[in-house]
Design a protein around this ligand. Structure first.
Ligand SMILES: C[S@@+](CC[C@H](N)C(=O)[O-])C[C@H]1O[C@@H](n2cnc3c(N)ncnc32)[C@H](O)[C@@H]1O
Length: 274
């Protein structure tokens, strides 16, 4: 069987089982480490070890495992990150959060904390593109911190990673808090592939998804410098709830909301005392 036939057959299975057909080509190309040109020139060649390749593809089609966990890595903000089932798979939407923080930081030297680092994708991207900052990354999960450390070494950045329940183990004064905390409410629909594979500690939050935002805002009152900033990623329906929560803790704050590429409110920027 040629790669073209193999692709077509498995894409059909994907479509028939309501999975993403485009994931098949991505998985094969990454697994075989082929550039788009190499892939194109290989399409009509016979597959050497079809059983093995089918086994890999079946992990997605039958076992319902995301391709990023099958491969063990993914890309975020132009960088490569190792992932496993202890960390959330970095999402494209989160790149908007990184983009906004980088725009604000520019050349400033400041102390930044990423709360809930997971794979480290936010903290590592910030440090990579604004190397002058002092970057701390915290997560309650030791397994996540282990992956984040591995990714920091791989991407050659120096970050102070700590296991910490939110800001509990951060006692120095901070200039910027960045967080993509767990924010899915128990009422929200979650795709089966996400629910079955990604760590629930990274996904769900009590109080209609507001629990972690509330805790972070509360803790920030004593840890953030007077002109400090908070950058949150939020869920598609959380803008109004988060704005009224922020106003409870920072009545004088200026708040900006940024939409993602699908025109959904995605990032909230808090100028805490302006
Ligand atoms: C939505 S994930 C974000 C991961 C990563 N920053 C990203 O954007 O891909 C939320 C992260 O918060 C961590 N987390 C959950 N509860 C926490 C807590 N109480 N303190 C610190 N981190 C926590 C989870 O382990 C998870 O890694």
């Amino acid at each position: 069987m040629t790669y073209r036939e193999f692709l077509k057959q498995n894409e059909t299975t994907a479509t028939n089982t309501h999975k993403e057909a485009s994931a098949i080509q991505k998985l094969i190309m990454e697994y075989l480490n082929l550039t788009p040109t190499e892939w194109y020139f290989n399409l009509d060649k016979e597959i050497d070890d079809i059983d093995n390749l089918q086994k890999i593809v079946d992990k997605y089609l039958i076992d319902n495992i995301p391709i990023q966990y099958i491969l063990g890595y993914t890309y975020f903000y132009g960088l490569k990150f190792y992932v496993n089932q202890n960390v959330l798979i970095p999402r494209y939407d989160t790149e908007i959060l990184v983009e906004e923080v980088l725009k604000y930081i520019g050349e400033k030297t400041c102390k930044v904390v990423d709360i809930g680092v997971g794979s480290g994708c936010i903290a590592i991207s910030l440090k990579k593109y604004s190397p002058q900052i002092d970057m701390i990354g915290v997560d309650i999960s030791q397994e996540a911190i282990d992956i984040a450390k591995k990714n920091a070494i791989f991407n050659s950045v120096d970050i102070d990673f700590r296991v910490s329940d939110l800001l509990e183990n951060v006692n120095e004064q901070i200039d910027i808090i960045v967080s993509n905390p767990p924010y899915i409410s128990s009422n929200d629909y979650v795709e089966k592939i996400v629910k079955d594979n990604e760590p629930h500690i990274a996904l769900f939050a009590l109080e209609d998804g507001m629990f972690y935002y509330k805790q972070i805002l509360k803790q920030s009152l004593t840890k953030l410098s007077f002109y400090g900033m908070i950058f949150f990623e939020i869920g598609y329906n959380q803008k109004d709830k988060i704005i009224s929560l922020i106003k409870e803790y920072y009545p004088n704050s200026k708040i900006k909301v940024v939409k993602d590429l699908n025109n959904i409110d995605r990032v909230v920027i808090v100028y805490c005392n302006q």
